[in-house]
Design a protein around this ligand. Structure first.
Ligand code: FAD
Length: 552
C-alpha cells in the first residue's frame, strides 16, 4: 500500500482515552472530600476508570450516531409505540444504574443497603459528573428517575408498589408491566404546546375514575424525554386545580396504557436520548399528593434535576477543557508546543478558572441537598439551586466553544467528542427552568421567603473576609437588593453576581492561591471582558494550568 501513503503523521496528539476521569481531576477530588463525599472515593476511582475508558467513549459515539428510532405500528398495523435504541445506549444505562446514579441517594429507604443517609448526594453528584463525561444523553432518564423518589414518597400507596423497583441498581429495559420487572425508570411530563415554563397554561385534563385516586388523563405532552420509561410523573388539570399523577406504561391488568407516541424530536444534540410528543388518550393516572398541589409536588423533582443540570454542565466544561489542554500539550505550532505559548496558556488557564468555580459551587450545592435539616443548608438548597443552575448552564456553551477553538479544526469534526459536547450544552439551560425563569424563582424567594435569602447573604458576608474584591462584589450584589427596579430590571445581574460571589468565597477558602486570586480578580475586578484569555497575564497561569491538566 506504500503507493497510497502520502505522508508521515508527526504533529497530532495521541488519542485522549483510557484516562481515569476521577484521579486526573484535582478540583473534583478536593470538592468531593471537602463536601462530605469522601466515603465514596474508592468507588469514584473505579468509576472514573470506566467512564474514561476507550470502550465507554466508543459506546457514547455509537449511542449518538445511531439515534433512537420510533416504531409506532407493527407490520400488521397494530400500535406498538416502541422506541428502539442502539445496544450501546442500554450498556450505558446499565453502567450508570449499577453505579447507583438513578437511586444512590435513596438506597437507605429500601433497607437493602445500609448506606449512611448523609452526603449521598455529594457522592452521587460526583458519579454523575464522571458519567456525563462518558455520555450525557442517557443520563436524562437516570436523572429523572433519581429525582422522582421524593415525589413518589408523597403517596404511600404508589410508593409501596414503585419504590422497590425505582430504587434499584439493576437496569431492566424490557417493555413489561412493573410486576414482572426487576427495576423501573420514571420520566416527567409537564411541557405542553401551550406552555413549558408556564405549566398552569396547560390543558391536559384529569377526570376521577373512582374513589381510590385513579384518574383518566386526556391531552398532549409536547416534550416527553425517555418515552420508554416505565411510568411518568405528569401534570394535568382537575376541577380543583393542577394535579400530579403517576402514569404507568402498563396498567394493573397488564394491558398498555393510553400513551400514543406521535413522533420523536429532531434535536440539536442530546441525540442518544429520545424525546417524544405524546397523546394521552384516556391514559390512567394515579394521584400523587393533594389535588391542586401538582406544581408544588413536581417542584421537588424539578429542584433535584436542576442540581443535575448544573453538575452536567460543569462536567461538560471539564471534559472540553481536558480535551483542549491535552491537545495543546501535544500540538506544535510555529516551532513550539501550544501549551508553551503565552496567549494559549492564558486562554486555557482562564477557562480552567471557570471549571474550578463551577465545581466549587455545584458540590457545595449538592451538600445542601444532603443536609436540608440544617437551616443554612436549607437556605442554600432553596436560594442557590436556581442561582447555580443559571450560572453553570449559561456559561457552558461559550466556554465549550472557546475550548473547541483551542483545538482548531479537529474539534469541529465529528470523530472527536467536542462537537457532540457543544451540541449537548444548551439543553441543560433550557430544560428545568431557562434563565429568566430561574431569575424569577430567585426573586420569588426574595419576596416570599426573605429570611431564607438573608441566611445565604449573611453566610456570604462572613465568607468574604478581608478580600477587597470579594468585599466589593458583596456590596454590589447587596446593593441591587435595594434598587426599586430589581423585579423587572436587575434580576439577572443579581443572580449572576451572586453565583460568581459565592464561587469566589469557596475558592478563596479552599482553592490554591493562584486559582482563587485569578478568579476573584478577573470575575469581580474592574476589567471589562467579553471573551476568555484576558486579564490573567499577571497570574500564575502555569500553576493553574498544571493543576487542570488531565495528564498531570
Ligand atoms: C432536550 C430537551 C428535553 C426535554 N424533556 C422534557 C421532558 O422530559 N418533560 C418535560 O415536561 N419537558 C421537557 N422539555 C421541555 C423543557 O422543559 C421546556 O422546553 C422548558 O421548560 C421551556 O419551556 P418552553 O419550551 O415552553 O419555553 P417557554 O416557557 O415559552 O419559554 C421561552 C423563554 O421565555 C422565557 N420566559 C418564560 N417566562 C418568562 C417571564 N415571565 N419573563 C421573562 N421571560 C420568561 C424563558 O426563560 C425562556 O427563555 C425538554 C426540553 C429539551 C430541550
Amino acid at each position: 500500500m506504500t503507493t497510497f501513503s502520502t505522508h508521515e503523521i508527526t504533529n497530532q496528539p495521541p488519542p485522549f482515552e483510557d484516562l481515569n476521569l476521577y484521579t486526573s481531576d484535582a478540583a473534583l477530588q478536593e470538592a468531593v472530600m471537602r463536601e462530605g463525599g469522601g466515603h465514596a472515593a474508592r468507588c469514584l476511582v473505579a468509576f472514573g476508570l470506566v467512564c474514561g475508558s476507550a470502550d465507554s467513549q466508543e459506546r457514547a459515539r455509537l449511542a449518538n450516531d445511531n439515534r433512537p428510532q420510533l416504531a409506532t405500528f407493527d407490520h400488521q398495523g397494530r400500535r406498538i409505540d416502541l422506541v428502539n435504541y442502539h445496544p450501546a445506549y442500554h450498556e450505558l444505562m446499565q453502567i450508570s444504574c449499577a453505579e447507583g446514579l438513578n437511586c444512590a441517594s435513596w438506597l437507605y429507604l429500601t433497607k437493602r443497603e445500609q448506606d449512611p443517609v448523609v452526603d449521598q448526594q455529594v457522592a452521587r453528584a460526583a458519579g454523575l459528573y464522571l458519567a456525563t463525561q462518558m455520555e450525557p444523553g442517557h443520563l436524562c432518564p437516570i436523572s429523572m428517575t433519581h429525582a422522582s423518589v421524593p415525589v413518589l414518597l408523597m403517596q404511600p400507596s404508589v410508593a409501596e408498589i414503585w419504590l422497590p423497583k425505582v430504587v434499584s441498581r439493576s437496569y431492566d429495559a424490557r417493555r413489561e408491566p412493573i410486576e414482572v420487572k426487576r427495576s423501573a425508570t420514571i420520566g416527567m411530563g409537564m411541557t405542553e404546546k401551550q406552555g413549558g415554563s408556564d405549566v398552569l397554561a396547560n390543558t391536559t385534563s384529569a377526570e376521577p375514575l373512582g374513589g381510590d385516586g385513579e384518574y383518566l388523563l386526556t391531552g398532549h405532552k409536547w416534550f416527553l424525554s425517555a418515552p420508554m420509561s416505565d411510568a411518568f410523573l405528569m401534570l394535568a388539570q382537575t376541577a380543583e386545580g393542577p394535579g400530579c399523577f403517576l402514569v404507568p406504561a402498563y396498567l394493573p391488568d397488564e394491558s398498555r396504557n393510553g400513551l400514543a407516541l406521535q413522533r420523536l424530536k429532531n434535536k440539536l444534540g442530546n441525540r442518544s436520548n429520545a424525546t417524544a410528543e405524546v397523546e394521552l388518550q384516556g391514559a390512567h393516572g394515579w394521584l400523587i399528593g393533594e389535588l391542586g398541589n401538582g406544581v408544588k409536588a413536581m417542584n421537588e423533582m424539578v429542584t433535584q434535576t436542576r442540581l443535575d443540570c448544573a453538575v452536567s454542565s460543569t462536567a461538560l466544561m471539564r471534559q472540553a477543557l481536558a480535551l483542549a489542554i491535552h491537545h495543546a500539550e501535544h500540538r506544535n505550532a510555529f516551532g513550539r508546543k501550544l501549551v508553551e505559548q503565552s496567549l494559549m496558556v492564558q486562554v486555557l488557564a482562564d477557562l480552567a478558572l471557570d471549571v474550578e468555580a463551577a465545581v466549587a459551587l455545584v458540590f457545595r450545592l449538592a451538600r445542601s441537598f444532603d443536609r436540608r435539616q440544617d437551616e443554612h443548608a436549607y437556605a442554600w438548597w432553596r436560594f442557590m439551586t436556581p442561582v447555580t443552575k443559571y450560572w453553570t448552564t449559561k456559561i457552558a456553551p461559550p466556554f465549550i466553544f472557546e475550548a473547541m477553538e483551542c483545538m482548531g479544526g479537529n474539534a469541529y469534526v465529528e470523530e472527536l467528542p467536542m462537537a457532540r459536547i457543544y451540541r449537548e450544552a444548551p439543553a441543560n439551560a433550557i430544560w428545568e427552568g431557562a434563565g429568566n425563569v430561574l431569575a424569577l424563582d430567585v426573586l420569588r424567594v426574595l419576596q416570599r421567603e426573605p429570611d431564607i435569602a438573608s441566611v445565604v447573604m449573611d453566610d456570604l458576608a462572613d465568607a468574604v473576609g478581608d478580600d477587597p474584591h470579594l468585599k466589593a462584589a458583596y456590596t454590589r450584589v447587596q446593593s441591587i437588593l435595594h434598587e426599586p427596579r430589581l423585579l423587572d430590571g436587575r434580576a439577572r445581574a443579581f443572580v449572576e453576581g451572586l453565583a460568581v460571589l459565592a464561587a469566589g468565597t469557596i475558592l478563596r477558602s479552599h482553592a490554591p492561591a493562584p486559582v482563587a486570586d485569578a478568579f476573584i480578580a478577573t470575575r469581580m475586578g474592574s476589567l471589562n471582558r467579553q471573551t476568555y484569555g484576558q486579564g490573567v497575564d499577571w497570574a500564575d497561569t502555569q500553576a493553574i494550568l498544571q493543576r487542570a491538566s488531565p495528564n498531570r
